[in-house]
Design a protein around this ligand. Structure first.
Ligand code: SF4
Length: 460
C-alpha cells in the first residue's frame, strides 16, 4: 500500500528494482540490492511502496530503450505524490546519455553508468542528505565494491559476472561503447563469490560475460576460461555451472572437451550465430564464416552428443538480400537449434552499422522474422516432444509460477520441467520422467527423489 506520509528516514527503507535487457543487467540489479541491504533497504514488489526506485536500463535494442524512456516519464506522477522518493537510472542508457538523462527527466535523482554500480550506496546517501542530483559515469569499476558480499535472495540459481565489457566491436552492437573494453575479474575473487553464494543455498551458478570464452586476457594469473571452469568444478561445491555468452570464434577444442569431462558443467551452450550468410557475417564483423560455425557445431556434437544448443539471429541487417536470408534459414535447418532468440535489426546510435547504406525495408525484415520464428518454433516443439518418455535429472528451483501446486526446475539442457513434488525438494536434483511437452516447457513425474534408492518414495 502506498504511504505518502511515511517518514523516509524510517527503517527499513523500501527499494523497488526494475530491470530491462540482458542477464548482465539482472546481475547488476542484484548487486544494487546487496549493496543497499546493509543500509537497511529491503526490496519490495510494488513500485507504489518504494522509497527508492532503481531502474536498470538497456539500449541494445531500440524497443528496450523506448520502454525505458516511457517508464521514466510515468514516474513523474509518482514522484509528485511521494516527494521523498529517490529515482536512480543505471545501465546502458544511463551510461550513454549521462547528464542528458538528468536534464530530460527532472524527477530523476541519480544517473549511474555501467561502471558506477559500486558507488550507489554513497551517492544515494548524499542525495538523501540534500546533495545535488548527480550523474556518475566512472571510467573504471572495481569488480566488487569494498565489503560487498554475494547474496542470493533465496534463489537456487545465481549469476556471477566473470568479466565486463567487450573488445569485439560487432558493427551492430553498442556494448563496447557503453560497457567499455574487456576486463576479467581475478579467479580468486570469483571463487570467493561462488562459495559465498553456496553458503546462502545456491546450487547452480551462471557465469556471465559478454564473451566468456576470452576470459582471462590481461589477468596477472593468466587463467583461461577453461582453467576457471576446472577450478570451479574442483574447488567449489556447486552442483551445476552454466555460462553465457560465447563468441563462436573463441570456442576452443579445450572448452568443448569440458562438456564431456566436467560433470558439473550443464550440457547446454548458447552460441550466437547472428546470420548464415558469409557476406553478412563479414559486414557484422563477426570474424567467422557459416562454415566455421557449422564445423564447430559438428565437433561439439561429436564430443558431447547430448548437448543442447541455442543461438541468437538478427534478420534484416543492412544489405541482407533474400539469398542471405535463405543462407540463415539453411543454417537453422542444418543445426536444428533447441531454441533461438531472433530479432529484427534496428539502428543503434554510434554503431558502425547505423551508418551502413542499403537498409532493409522494415516490412521485409518483419516478414523474414516471422518466417524464421515460425520455422524455429516447429523445431523447438519437435525437440521438446522428443524428450517425452526420457528420464532427466532436474534441479528443482521452487514452486511453479504457472501451475498451482507444482514444482519447477531445469534439465541440464536448460529445459523447464513442471512436476508434482513436495516443496522441500527445492534445491535438490531429482530424476523426472518426461510425460508431456509444450512449446516452452515439459511436464513430468518424479521417479527418484534425492537420497533415495530406485523404487523408494522420495523422502526429505
Ligand atoms: S561480441 Fe559483438 S555482439 Fe557480443 S557484446 Fe561484443 S560487440 Fe556486442
Amino acid at each position: 500500500m502506498s504511504d505518502p506520509l511515511r517518514d523516509p528516514a524510517e527503517f527499513p527503507r523500501r527499494l523497488y528494482v526494475r530491470t530491462f535487457g540482458c542477464q548482465m543487467n539482472e546481475y547488476d540489479s542484484l548487486r544494487v540490492q546487496r549493496l543497499l541491504a546493509p543500509l537497511g533497504y529491503v526490496t519490495v514488489d510494488e513500485i507504489e511502496d518504494a522509497d527508492v526506485i532503481f531502474l536498470n536500463t538497456c539500449s541494445v535494442r531500440e524497443k528496450a530503450e523506448q520502454k525505458v524512456h516511457s517508464f521514466l516519464g510515468r514516474l513523474r506522477r509518482l514522484k509528485n505524490r511521494r516527494p521523498h522518493l529517490k529515482i536512480i537510472a543505471g545501465g546502458c542508457v544511463a551510461q550513454q546519455l549521462g547528464e542528458k538523462l538528468l536534464s530530460r527527466f527532472e524527477h530523476l535523482d541519480i544517473v549511474l553508468g555501467t561502471r558506477g554500480i559500486g558507488s550507489i550506496a554513497r551517492l544515494l546517501e548524499e542525495v538523501l542528505e540534500g546533495g545535488p542530483r548527480v550523474a556518475c559515469l566512472p571510467e573504471a569499476d572495481p569488480s566488487l565494491a569494498p565489503g560487498e558480499e554475494a547474496f542470493a535472495e533465496g534463489n537456487i540459481s545465481a549469476p556471477v559476472t566473470i568479466m565486463q565489457g567487450c573488445n569485439n566491436y560487432c558493427t551492430y552492437c553498442i556494448v563496447p561503447y557503453v560497457r567499455g573494453p574487456e576486463r576479467s575479474r581475478p579467479v580468486g575473487e570469483i571463487l570467493r563469490e561462488i562459495r559465498s553464494l553456496e553458503d546462502s543455498g545456491v546450487r547452480e551458478i551462471l557465469l556471465l560475460g559478454q564473451n566468456v570464452n576470452s576470459y582471462g586476457r590481461g589477468l596477472k594469473d593468466r587463467a583461461t576460461f577453461v582453467d576457471l571452469l576446472r577450478l570451479i568444478a574442483r574447488e567449489t561445491g556447486v552442483q551445476r555451472v552454466r555460462f553465457t555468452t560465447s563468441h563462436p570464434k573463441d570456442l576452443t577444442e579445450d572448452l568443448m572437451l569440458c562438456f564431456a569431462e566436467l560433470g558439473v558443467l550443464c550440457k547446454h551452450l548458447h552460441l550466437p550465430v547472428q546470420s548464415g550468410s558469409d557476406r553478412i557475417l563479414s559486414a557484422m564483423n563477426r570474424c567467422y564464416t557459416a562454415g566455421d560455425y557449422l564445423g564447430k557445431i559438428r565437433r561439439l556434437r561429436a564430443i558431447c552428443p547430448e548437448i543442447a544448443l541455442t543461438s541468437d539471429v538478427i534478420v534484416g541487417f543492412p544489405g541482407e538480400s533474400e539469398e542471405d536470408f535463405t543462407g540463415t534459414m539453411d543454417l537453422l535447418r542444418e543445426v536444428r537449434f533447441d531454441n533461438l532468440f531472433s530479432f529484427r535489426y534496428s539502428d543503434r546510435p554510434n554503431t558502425r552499422a547505423s551508418a551502413f547504406p542499403d537498409k532493409v525495408d522494415p516490412a521485409i525484415g518483419t516478414r523474414r522474422l516471422v518466417e524464421l520464428q515460425s520455422f524455429q518454433a516447429e523445431i523447438t516443439l519437435e525437440k521438446n516432444l522428443a524428450e517425452t518418455g526420457l528420464f532427466r535429472e532436474v534441479l528443482v528451483e521452487g514452486p511453479s509460477k504457472a501451475s498451482n501446486g507444482q514444482m519447477t526446475g531445469r534439465t541440464t539442457q536448460n529445459r523447464i520441467v513442471n512436476f508434482e513434488a513436495p516443496e522441500w525438494t527445492s534445491g535438490k536434483i531429482v530424476t523426472v520422467k518426461i510425460t508431456g511437452a509444450y512449446s516452452h516447457s515439459l511436464r513430468g513425474s518424479v521417479i527418484l527423489g534425492p537420497s533415495t534408492r530406485p523404487g523408494n518414495p522420495i523422502t526429505p
